[in-house]
Design a protein around this ligand. Structure first.
Ligand SMILES: Nc1ncnc2c1ncn2[C@@H]1O[C@H](COP(=O)(O)OP(=O)(O)OP(=O)(O)O)[C@@H](O)[C@H]1O
Length: 331
């Protein structure tokens, strides 16, 4: 997903910046100096297995708990000295959901409108709009306790949006949701970002980070093991290669002798050149082909997927839970 660019050529302002965030519980260090930098209007995914500290980051940045060290600014406000302004700038949804199961969806929404001091008529208009947008009109009169997981998440986000926050923290928004609800949630996130909202998303799903995020940070062992775009991260681990295919056997043979070290597939007239598939490497590869006077009929860059990156970085063997599993199966 492309990052928002501004017509004046300046980089977009920063929505969230944190340096050296630390947090321990007793003698357990959960965050050991985390730096984050999230440009306005982008989606940033904090990726990590259970217990990596993702929720702790969200709780700190939303002023629910204090950090033991480090500094952070959210929406231009200092987390410790301007906590109230930070709270006014953000919306948070996730594991500590604000949904009251005894109230109907609409009542939950109207309560939020009251909390945001929206005048009666304006509050009802905003609530009606959001119920419509989040496909909750039919369910609006039923108690939230009767909602499916997907409906509850949608209600939770809709409630967050009553206050029109410009920065939203989504803590594992799709954990435990079935694929259909997951895709509905992805659509919602994309719509929010298209409207200029900044999203910090935590997830244990690589595909989710890959689908939604402009940048991804992998949280591991109290620190950020790697950060970058999905493509940058994929280039960090071995397994990448460029595949060149030829139709002319003579061109294939010339290329094979020019590119010593490439794996040959004489039958398919294809060469496999190992590397990160980065710009510099590709240029050098093409230069060598040019110098040999040959042109490939097909050139494809293969990068490892985020799974490879994640498991290489975290050294784990446990794959995340099934993407369509129940809450119990994945948490
Ligand atoms: N109030 C607390 N007291 C003691 N330990 C805590 C507390 N809150 C969190 N922890 C511990 O801190 C670690 C990080 O927890 P956190 O909830 O931030 O992880 P997470 O990455 O969000 O994981 P999950 O995907 O399971 O939500 C865990 O080991 C957790 O047990």
């Amino acid at each position: 997903m492309p990052m928002q660019s501004r017509s004046d050529g300046h980089p977009p302002p920063v929505a969230v910046s944190a340096t050296g965030l630390r947090k321990s519980y007793g003698d357990k260090t959960v965050l050991d100096g985390i730096d984050l930098h999230i440009p306005t209007g982008s989606v940033f995914a904090l990726l990590g297995p259970n217990g990596a500290g993702k929720t702790t980051v969200v709780k700190i940045l939303s002023t629910l708990i204090g950090a033991d060290g480090g500094r952070a600014r959210v929406g231009g406000h200092d987390l410790t000295t301007e906590a109230q302004a930070v709270r006014a700038a953000i919306g948070v949804t996730g594991q500590f959901s604000a949904v009251d199961g005894l109230l109907t969806g609409e009542e939950n929404m109207l309560l939020m409108a009251d909390l945001h001091h929206l005048p009666g008529r304006e509050g009802r208009r905003v609530v009606a709009d959001l119920l419509e947008r989040f496909d909750l009109v039919e369910a609006a009169g039923k108690p939230a306790s009767t909602y499916s997981g997907g409906m509850r998440r949608r209600l939770d986000i809709a409630m967050t949006l009553v206050g029109s926050p410009r920065i939203i923290f989504l803590d594992e928004p799709t954990t435990g949701l079935d694929p259909r609800s997951r895709h509905a949630m992805w659509r919602i996130v994309r719509e929010l970002v298209a409207g200029g909202v900044t999203v910090l998303l935590t997830t244990q799903y690589l595909e989710e980070a890959d689908q939604l995020a402009d940048r991804i940070a992998v949280l591991h062992d109290g620190g950020i093991a790697a950060e970058g775009t999905a493509e940058e991260l994929k280039r960090l681990v071995p397994g990448g290669h460029v595949r060149l295919r030829f139709t002319d056997p003579a061109a294939y043979r010339s290329a094979a002798s020019a590119l010593t070290g490439a794996d040959r597939d004489d039958e398919a007239l294809a060469l496999r050149v190992h590397g990160d598939g980065g710009q510099r490497e590709l240029r050098s590869l093409l230069d060598r082909l040019d110098a040999a006077g040959v042109e490939a009929d097909e050139l494809t860059v293969h990068t490892p997927d985020l799974d490879d990156v994640f498991f290489a970085l975290t050294g784990g063997t446990d794959r995340p839970g099934p993407t369509d599993g129940s809450e119990e199966a994945t948490r």
